[in-house]
Write a protein that binds this ligand. Structure first.
Ligand code: GLC
Length: 642
């Protein structure tokens, strides 16, 4: 038997120890290593299958720990209404997300997955979450600091359920209220939309001073990755037809629909979602010049670009009619992560094949994966991949509900106050013998929350979640001696014979989302118009409109004593009563033009022909116009300058 000299044995032993130590120490797992070192180290270890897995975001219903492990899936999402169980608790959400995460962590390299959800006006898929006013109302507040606080509250509620990624904010500039998603837009004015991007530091955290331009930033376990959407021009389609064609020259696209993306990137937004719509006939999901040329190369966006739900399928018409082309066009255009609610193995196989046959260069895959890993490293997902229950009391907390109530107050717009100038009806007196509350939206939490609430299309009625209807709020606010009578759609005889001091009529639109909300007539639903006629023809009345956008009101305005736009206020209806009864003043100013007739549309401030029923920036009800003593202008504990 050959005896090795001691030095050689020592060398072998040293190499073995070194190798063993090396196997233990993985540079990409070391948070002390610089970000780019971690990304580079991990990428050089990854196979093509692991890289393509990172680019795949699959819907919750398709996901399991085994699926995530087998296909190296990098992300999971909940589509609208996709919940672990009806009225699921924070615990069941956390358990679901953690179980899937363990599947991702059990892969060879243990890359954590990121879970995304549409938390677009609070954590709106989750029972008992605080539902804030939709963006159409928030734009009216013109209060970026409020938006930042809403973002922070939303991040806490999203993290309370174990989720780390919100597909918000929508920074569409809706230029035609016939668009079914106009309520997701802060304003027709890009400057208001730009200022509302302050919600991003609320969601993600404040960018550190030394941050490089365009680098994503998410400040740990109480913040979430945000998503500026839908890039670009989603709110400018012809006649507001959802997912359709935005016909505008380059200068118009850049001056109206692009500015809020510059603000979002400057604020460190982690992701950008591409729009279904087209620009001058070119599908945005296949638009290399805008997605890669402009967003990535010119604006230096260094987060990741995600498709919309089956966004690549819709590159072709009919959708999915040439999937090979869809995958090629979408990935080459610059999509980094692809939302796959159904055919995820088809996507993985197709992309793998196109990379292996060099139709899609590996450099494109590496760019996508580098961006995805950058977001995951920056937000600390490798260090804290699993959630706990430490934030569960944040869900629907009283503090957040008070914040939402404040947002409701600041989102209301007083459009008319009194049939004659010296006979204002608002503020409504609290102490009178008897008042009537009427209308399809007075006692309907689902209607006041609108779409994207518990279900994709929203839900009517009061059983969907925890909140305060406008009727309940009125009852809580009036003097105990005041009798409140509620009748959804009373006839005029009933109104006359009851001798009410005044009536509050709450009407509007039923919940809708996306294409289902596209409308050519923009009318409030029956029996709204007849309720207005029956009630306001018999007693002094204030009409509160609950809608996702301006709706047809001209035929009724002359018969109404006072008119308030409440938009889609969410769960905290108390904010409406706070202002109707004068505990706080009206400070909201229209962030959208209120048309006279749909035949005028599209019509936006600055247009040559501009003849609205109520103009953009309408200030009739603001404290600046009240000739009433100061208390009416007490809003949120501050007194407005008179
Ligand atoms: C939807 C919407 C998008 C949303 C996504 C995931 O179709 O266009 O805003 O984030 O799918 O639910």
């Amino acid at each position: 038997m050959k005896i090795f000299p001691i030095p050689i044995l020592c060398l072998v032993l040293l190499c073995f120890c070194a190798a063993f130590t090396e196997a233990e120490y993985l540079k990409y797992k070391d948070p002390k290593q610089p970000l780019n070192v971690r990304i580079k180290d991990l990428m050089m270890r990854m196979t093509i299958e692991e890289k393509i897995g990172q680019m795949s975001q699959i819907e919750r219903k398709l996901a399991s720990p085994d699926i995530l492990k087998k296909y190296f899936i990098g992300s999971v999402l909940s589509g609208g209404g996709s919940v672990p169980a009806p009225k699921a608790s924070a615990e069941s959400w956390v358990n679901m997300v953690n179980e899937l995460q363990k599947g991702a962590l059990s892969t060879r390299l243990g890359i954590p997955m990121i879970y995304g959800i549409d938390a677009v006006h609070g954590h709106n898929n989750v029972y008992n979450a605080t539902i804030f006013p939709h963006n159409v109302g928030l734009g009216v507040t013109r209060d970026p600091e409020l938006l930042k606080r809403i973002g922070a509250a939303t991040a806490l509620e999203v993290r309370a359920t174990g989720i780390q990624y919100a597909f918000a904010p929508c920074i569409a500039v809706c230029r035609d209220p016939r668009w079914g998603r106009c309520y997701e837009s802060y304003s027709e004015d890009h400057k208001i939309v730009q200022s509302m991007t302050e919600i991003i530091p609320g969601l993600q955290g404040d960018l550190p001073n030394n941050s490089r331009k365009g680098v994503p930033f998410v400040a740990g376990k109480t913040k979430v990755a945000a998503c500026a959407k839908h890039f670009v021009g989603d709110g400018g389609t012809v006649k507001g037809i959802d997912e359709n064609n935005t016909v505008i020259d380059y200068n118009g696209l850049l001056s109206i629909h692009m500015p809020a993306y510059l603000d979002s990137i400057r604020k460190g937004v982690a992701t950008v979602m591409v729009s279904y719509s087209s620009w001058n006939g070119k599908k945005m999901h296949a638009n290399y010049d805008l997605v890669t040329g402009f967003l990535k190369n010119k604006l230096k966006f260094r987060g990741f670009v995600i498709s919309d739900w089956q966004g690549i399928d819709k590159i072709t018409d009919p959708p999915h009619s040439n999937y090979s082309y869809s995958v090629q066009a979408g990935v080459l255009a610059g999509l980094d992560m692809v939302m796959l609610p159904e055919n995820f193995t088809e996507f993985i196989d197709e992309l793998t094949s196109q990379v292996k046959t060099n139709i899609i260069p590996m450099s494109r895959i590496n760019d996508a994966v580098r961006r995805i890993l950058r977001v995951k490293f920056v937000m600390g997902l490798f260090e804290n991949p699993l959630a706990d229950l430490s934030l569960k009391n944040q869900l629907g907390s009283q503090e957040h509900r008070e914040l939402a109530r404040e947002a409701v107050r600041k989102s209301l717009v007083l459009l008319k106050n009194g049939k004659r100038a010296n006979e204002p009806l608002v503020p409504l007196p609290k102490k009178v013998p008897k008042i009537l509350v009427a209308g399809s939206h007075a006692d309907n939490l689902g209607n006041q929350c609108g779409g994207w609430t518990m279900e994709w299309q929203g839900v009517q009625g009061n059983d969907l979640t925890v909140g305060t209807t406008i009727l309940s709020a009125v009852k809580k606010t009036v003097d105990p001696s005041t009798q409140v009578v509620y009748t959804k759609n009373p006839d005029s005889n009933f109104v006359r014979t009851n001798k009410f001091s005044y009536a509050i009529v709450v009407v509007g639109e039923v919940p809708y989302a996306e294409t289902f909300g596209d409308s050519k007539n923009l009318s409030i639903i029956e029996p709204g118009p007849s309720t207005i006629k029956n009630v306001c023809g018999a007693v002094k009345c204030i009409v509160v409109v609950v809608s996702g956008r301006p709706v047809v009101m001209e035929p009724y305005v002359a018969h109404i004593d006072a008119l308030v736009a409440a938009w889609l206020p969410g769960t905290e209806g108390q904010g409406v009563a706070d202002v109707l009864f004068g505990d706080y003043g009206f400070i909201g100013k229209l962030a959208r033009t209120w048309f006279r007739s749909v035949d005028q549309l599209p019509m936006n401030a600055g247009d040559l022909h501009y003849d609205p029923l109520f103009p953009f920036g309408n200030v009739i009800g603001s404290c600046l116009n009240y000739n009433i003593y100061i208390p009416i202008c007490m809003h949120d504990k501050k007194v407005d300058a008179i």
